[in-house]
Write a protein that binds this ligand. Structure first.
Ligand code: SF4
Ligand code: SF4
Length: 127
């Protein structure tokens, strides 16, 4: 998977896409909130009230998409402190990739690179 992931991302320019940031948002962990609120010099609660809501799984997610931190040029304005879920997306290089197949199914609908990775994987195992 690491090899397929690396090959796909060599051929993918996320700055031409940004579909993940436009159509879905990351989960924000407590550590993400502390780090990003600090970056904006905001109180954590103010950051939460301004940008986040609690979803049906009790996780903090964005109030709206496209992500408010996405620029018109598709650059992330908080790239250095972005949520962990953003830096790992689409998670196709996870060591335990086989344990997140439901998540991957969702991500192939969002992410052209993840789609290509899964298609290449299927060809390799001749599905
Ligand atoms: S959806 Fe996939 S290809 Fe598009 S910007 Fe996100 S990670 Fe990159
Ligand atoms: S925080 Fe940055 S990388 Fe994450 S969804 Fe928003 S714009 Fe995209």
């Amino acid at each position: 998977m690491q090899e397929l992931h690396d090959e796909a991302f060599k051929r993918t320019d996320c700055l031409d896409c940004a579909n993940c940031c436009k159509t879905t948002g990351p989960l924000f962990t407590d550590k993400d909130i502390v780090r990003i609120a600090k970056h904006f010099k905001m109180k954590q609660q103010h950051f939460i009230d301004t940008y986040l809501r609690v979803d049906e799984d009790n996780d903090y997610v964005l109030q709206s998409v496209p992500c408010p931190f996405l620029g018109a040029d598709n650059y992330c304005s908080i790239y250095d402190v972005r949520p962990k879920a953003c830096s790992g997306f689409p998670h196709t290089d996870r060591k335990k990739f086989h344990q997140i197949s439901n998540l991957t199914l969702k991500n192939v609908a969002i992410c052209p690179a993840a789609f290509n990775i899964v298609e290449a994987m299927k060809r390799r195992i001749k599905l």
